[in-house]
Every structure is written in structure tokens, then in C-alpha cells.
Design a protein around this ligand. Structure first.
Ligand code: B12
Ligand code: SF4
Length: 469
């Protein structure tokens, strides 16, 4: 079958991201014998025109739309990407093509997304096996809804088969994004080279949708394959590799094995935004130093036991303080990530978090997310539905957040701002999504500043405030 895969994501903040998942599906679809073309909308100024041009040239029978983000996840300045997706779908209506939705945005609620965009087929979760299987079902005239992970919406009724996560990551062919993307454009913005060491998460944080997207079991990539992929990125001219696992550090033997494999090769500097405090140990820190981690986000979320329990985290504040001490040996720029305003958050819990932040070394950065994005199927959303605070509707596809009734956002901001940690080292999610960031990325790349540019967050914050941007 002639298939066009479209990477629809045009968001360039907080960084420009290489669409690894869409490329993985394109590679697997071609390996299954289909004729595949790829349209990457990341850098296109006029996406609808680019789409029409691709459709006119490639003349596909089926278009796979890869949808990454539903919205920017920002409670204070929410921005949905669904209107842009609707425009793409409505352009596709002018053509005689079957449309299939896929990507992380689909996993939350495929039926609601199909209704919202007016489509009939969606693949939930991993696409490497499900998408070619769906193409085969369509070609053979068998029931598409019988394919695992597929949702079919027909005459107002949705039918689906449960998602079955693939067991063997190592059985997949290398993705080779260089075959589908114009990588020079990504290098021009110092995008990082994505590396996936595993899929799935066995933990049960109440607000988190990742296990619903990737499954609740860790499925591990072979450490040697991870090192080979890092080497591929280095050879292709990327100056930073980024771990894109749901979170990094557990299972610990696997994280250590990956670091060892990465340390053996010619090294690509590494980063992650997802180091879990519960995973930090002297061995992991040593292994990450040897592997060449230069920028690390640590997802602390809160420094109050009351809140860590409410969020379902697998560590206590005592372990968090311990992790803080151990992470001082990490030879990387550290950024501590917090999620504030969940059920139970109040002045006292914010002050506890403030005390932790105040005690951090002043060269560290702090990243603050105000409010919790509610997703279908998480324990938090389920509890809010039970208590009548949320209706389970299509509405959760649109930016919908929880903010604690026990303290106002303004007061919460003040408590953290006044905690004594330098203001320029504190970045909020809104600031991390600033519209000028692609320009900053480009300038940083031209000046050969070592990526990621956010390592220089404190200087950027000072500049931004001085220029009143
Ligand atoms: C790593 C990550 C990041 C890193 C990216 C680093 C990098 N260099 O790539 C950072 C921290 C920078 C980041 C930023 C953001 N992220 Co993020 N991120 C992730 C994470 C953990 C993994 C994404 C990934 O690369 N996965 C690996 C690839 C291989 O998997 P995949 O893309 O899902 O692809 C598979 C399937 O989806 C499917 N598939 C994909 N395309 C297609 C197409 C078809 C046709 C089919 C059939 C199937 C299919 O098959 C693929 C292979 O199995 C996900 C959560 C998760 N576990 O999925 C969130 C996630 C994608 N991010 C999310 C968001 C919101 C954001 C931000 C907007 C947050 C912010 N305000 O900063 C930004 C946007 C950045 C941008 N420019 O777009 C949301 C998106 C959904 C939503 N809720 O709106 C997610 C799901 C997390 C969440 N909170 O729910 N992110
Ligand atoms: S927040 Fe991280 S550790 Fe918790 S369930 Fe999600 S991916 Fe797993």
C-alpha cells in the first residue's frame, strides 16, 4: 500500500524534538513491504500547503497522522494543538485517502480524539506492530477493530481491541531517522538525538499517563543497541543525546548496564529530563559520569511527604534529601523539577518544598509546573470523577487542570519565590515555552554553545527579565 506518514508536531519549545516515534512507525511499515513517504511538518511555515503538496506528489492511499502533544500542559497559559490537527484532517477530506491517527496524544482517549477530529481509525500505543497489522486488515478486508491497539469509530459506535505492548524491543529494526528527516535542520537548532533505553513504567504515580501509553511493565532495550544508537547520533553530527524514556534510573541494573555500554564507545554527551530521585545511588551517579551525562533534570515533584504520598511517588522526603546529597557528585548541570498544586497542596506543604529548594546549591536550576494536567484513565482523574469534580467526557482532550482549593496560585508562587533560592535560577513551565525559544536555540547553535541551551537558564532568565520579554 502507498502510505504517507506525517509528523504533525510543530512545537519548538522547550526544545525542537526529533520525531523518533513517527520515524519508527515509518521504518516498520516499510519493512512490512509498503511504499512509505514521510512528511515532517516541524519546520514548515504553511503546514496545509506542505500537506497538499505531499498528497499531490506521493498520491498515498492511506495517511498516518502522528500526533504528539494535545496541548502545552501549561495551567497558566494553556494552548491546545487540536485546532491545528483539525485543519490537517479537514485538508485530507479533499482527497480520497484513509486517515489513521497515532502517537502519544492518541493514547489518552482514542475514541474521544476520533470524535473530536472526525476520523474513524486510531492506533493506541506503539505503532510498529499495530500499524502494519492494521494495513494488512484493511487490504484483506478483515475487521480493523480486531487488530490489537486499534479503535474504529463507525456510525457513531466505537469498537476496539486492547493494546498489547510488544515484548521485545530488540526485535525491532534500527529506526534510522536520517532516512525520513532532513537532519541538518534539527542540527541547526541543536536538537538532541533521542535515545530510548526501555518502554513502560511499573510505578503508579496517581497523575501520570505514561504507563497507559507504554504499559506497566518495563521492556528493556539491549544496552549495546542503546550505545549503537548514540554512536549513530554522534556520526550524524548531533552534539547531545537525550534519554526519552518515561523516566530514567530504574530498573537500576539496566540503567547501570546502559551507562557502561555508553561509556565504552566514543562518547556523545548525554542528557535526560526524567531522572527519578528514587533511583539515585552512588553507583548510578558514578556510571552516569562515566557515560558522559552533562545535563540532568531530576523529577522531585515535591519535597513534602504529604504531597509525595498524594502523588503516589515511590520515595520519601528523607530519600529526596539523600538523593540531593548524592547527586552533588554528578558532573552535570542539574535541574530540579516540581509539580505543584495537586490535591492536598497547601501553604505548609509548599513551604516544605520551598525549604528544600532554598537548600539546593545555587548553581542548580529549578523548574516549576503549576497545576496538574488531568488525563483520562489516571488514578487522580478517576478519583475526581468519583467525587463529581470532573465529568469523564471529551473535554479532557482540551487543557484541563487540577489546582488545589487550599491555597491560591498567587500565594503559592509567592511562597516559592520567597524561599531564598535565586529567582533567576527558577524557571516556570510557561517561561520554558517562550515563543522566542527557537530563536534562542538557533543563536546558541550559531555561537556553538554546548547544548542543551537550558544549561544557561539563569543567564537567559536575567536577559529575559532585563528585556521585559
Ligand atoms: C521524552 C519526552 C519529552 C522530552 C523530549 C526530548 C526529545 N529530545 O525528544 C521533553 C522533556 C523535551 C518533552 C517536552 C515536551 N513534552 Co514530552 N514527552 C516525552 C515522553 C516521556 C517520551 C516521548 C518519546 O520520545 N517517546 C519515544 C517514542 C519512540 O515513542 P512515541 O513518540 O510515543 O511513538 C510511538 C507511539 O506513539 C506510536 N506512534 C507515533 N507516531 C505514530 C504515527 C502513527 C500513524 C501510528 C499508527 C503510531 C504512531 O508508535 C511509536 C513507536 O512505538 C512522552 C511520554 C511518553 N512516555 O510517551 C512525553 C509527552 C509526549 N510530552 C508531552 C508534552 C505535553 C510535552 C510538552 C508540550 C511539555 C512542555 N510544556 O514542556 C513539551 C513539547 C516539546 C515539543 N517540542 O513538542 C505529552 C504529550 C501529550 C499531551 N499530554 O499533550 C506526553 C505524552 C507526556 C504527558 N504529559 O502526557 N517531552
Ligand atoms: S511519573 Fe514517572 S515514575 Fe511515576 S508512573 Fe509516571 S513515568 Fe512512572
Amino acid at each position: 500500500m502507498k502510505v504517507l506518514i506525517v509528523n504533525t508536531n510543530r512545537e519548538r519549545a522547550p526544545e525542537t524534538v526529533v520525531p523518533l516515534g513517527a520515524c519508527a512507525v515509518a521504518t516498520a511499515t516499510e519493512a512490512a513491504g509498503h511504499e512509505v513517504t514521510f512528511l515532517d511538518l516541524t519546520f514548515h511555515r504553511d503546514p496545509l500547503r506542505a500537506l497538499r503538496k505531499s498528497l499531490d506528489t506521493a498520491r498515498p492511499e492511506l495517511v498516518g497522522l502522528s500526533l504528539r502533544n494535545l496541548d502545552n500542559g501549561d495551567y497558566t497559559h494553556p494552548r491546545s494543538y487540536l485546532p491545528a490537527a483539525r485543519e490537517l484532517v479537514s485538508t485530507l477530506r479533499d482527497y480520497d485517502v484513509e486517515v489513521v491517527l497515532g502517537g502519544p496524544a492518541v493514547g489518552q482517549n482514542p475514541e474521544a480524539l476520533l470524535r473530536c477530529l472526525g476520523c474513524r481509525l486510531a492506533v493506541c500505543g506503539e505503532g510498529e506492530v499495530a500499524f502494519p497489522a492494521l494495513l494488512a486488515a484493511l487490504a484483506n478486508g478483515t475487521d480493523p477493530a480486531a487488530v490489537q491497539g486499534v479503535t474504529l469509530l463507525e456510525e457513531g459506535e466505537a469498537r476496539n481491541s486492547p493494546v498489547a505492548p510488544m515484548t521485545e524491543l530488540a526485535s525491532l529494526p534500527p529506526v534510522e531517522p536520517e532516512r525520513w528527516l532532513e537532519l541538518s535542520r534539527y542540527r541547526a537548532y541543536e536538537a538532541s538525538w533521542p535515545l530510548q533505553t526501555k518502554r513502560g513504567c511499573a510505578l503508579r504515580c496517581t497523575y501520570c499517563v505514561y504507563p497507559l501509553l507504554e504499559g506497566r511493565q518495563w521492556r528493556l532495550q539491549e544496552p549495546e543497541r542503546v550505545a549503537e544508537e548514540a554512536e549513530r547520533g554522534r556520526r550524524l553530527g548531533f552534539r547531545l543525546g537525550e534519554i526519552v524514556d518515561s523516566f530514567w534510573g530504574l530498573p537500576s541494573e539496566h540503567a547501570l548496564a546502559c551507562c557502561e555500554a555508553l561509556a565504552r564507545g566514543p562518547r556523545l554527551p548525554l542528557s535526560t529530563m526524567e531522572l527519578s530521585p528514587g533511583a539515585i545511588s552512588p553507583e548510578l551517579i558514578e556510571a552516569m559520569n562515566a557515560a558522559g551525562f552533562t545535563a540532568v533534570g531530576i523529577s522531585a515533584e515535591s519535597a513534602s511527604d504529604q504531597m509525595l504520598r498524594a502523588l503516589g511517588k515511590d520515595y520519601t522526603t528523607e530519600q529526596l534529601w539523600q538523593a540531593e546529597r548524592e547527586s552533588q557528585n554528578l558532573r552535570a548541570q542539574r535541574m530540579w523539577i516540581f509539580l505543584l498544586g495537586a490535591p492536598g497542596e497547601e501553604e505548609a506543604t509548599l513551604r516544605e518544598t520551598g525549604r528544600f529548594i532554598a537548600a539546593l546549591p545555587q548553581r542548580d536550576l529549578v523548574f516549576l509546573t503549576w497545576g496538574v494536567r488531568l488525563f483520562s484513565g489516571t488514578a487522580l482523574t478517576e478519583a475526581l470523577i468519583q467525587s463529581g469534580e470532573v465529568e469523564e467526557t471529551e473535554e479532557l482532550l482540551w487543557p484541563r487542570f487540577y489546582w488545589t482549593p487550599r491555597v491560591t496560585l498567587e500565594r503559592a508562587r509567592q511562597i516559592i519565590a520567597d524561599c531564598g533560592f535565586p529567582l533567576q535560577n527558577q524557571v516556570t513551565l510557561s517561561e520554558g515555552m517562550h515563543r522566542l525559544l527557537p530563536l534562542v536555540q538557533r543563536l546558541a547553535a550559531l555561537c556553538r554553545v554546548k547544548p542543551p541551551y537550558w544549561r544557561h537558564g539563569a543567564k537567559l532568565q536575567r536577559l529575559r527579565r532585563a528585556l521585559r520579554l
